[in-house]
Design a binder for this molecule. Sequence first.
Ligand SMILES: C[S@@+](CC[C@H](N)C(=O)[O-])C[C@H]1O[C@@H](n2cnc3c(N)ncnc32)[C@H](O)[C@@H]1O
Length: 219
Amino acid sequence: MSKAQTTASPKRQLNKSHSARTKVTREARAEYIVTPRVKKFSECVLGLGKFTQGDCLDVLDNLPADEFVLAFTSPPYLNAINYSQHIDKIKGQVDYWRREDVSYDEYRQFLIDRFTALLRVVKPGGYNIVNISPVGWNGERVALPFHFVSWMEQIGWKFKEDIVWEKSIARDRRSGVLLQHPYPGYYYPSLVSEYVFVFQKPAAKKDRENIYWNRSAEE
Ligand SMILES: C[S@@+](CC[C@H](N)C(=O)[O-])C[C@H]1O[C@@H](n2cnc3c(N)ncnc32)[C@H](O)[C@@H]1O
């Protein structure tokens, strides 16, 4: 490995892995991290709107600044699901998928790049709603949502609300251990909820309090 490669910043190293994508197996690296950042996405018009499919970073980079009032997203939760193999599993083509090998720093940078790009296209006073949850990683439960809020504040998003999404169909029996062993050391709460955070793009008072204040009668 050359000196330039060894001293590259984490972002440069990520780009390096983009160009070397053909050598990287699905199992070895996260598909969404190694997806090459080329201006390549497809669009499908639906009524007055359209669907765009591609890496959201490419898509966002091609959208106008200060345009959108609301973004709603559920980003990948670290390596909680291997999306490249998830569909194969649903189709019954594989019995299980392997967790992807992503460093926490790579994952943090992945999110920061994309939520920075999102900040540019949202109108001042506009909102960004994000669903995220703690995940099991390297044998530990990681406080991902709590780290995430701080990353978002560093990018420039203003934290507004935290909503707890109670997942009525979630089934988790971790708390059952306490029934078998009724001692404090055996307490594991069941995991049946996730977070939904509301962020706002900083704005002058009028836009901050009501982004629609200057709407025309037709709008
Ligand atoms: C937590 S899931 C959210 C699923 C979504 N709520 C749904 O109902 O389809 C994260 C999704 O982000 C997608 N994804 C991963 N990396 C992406 C990227 N760079 N750009 C756009 N989408 C990405 C994954 O394929 C996955 O569908």
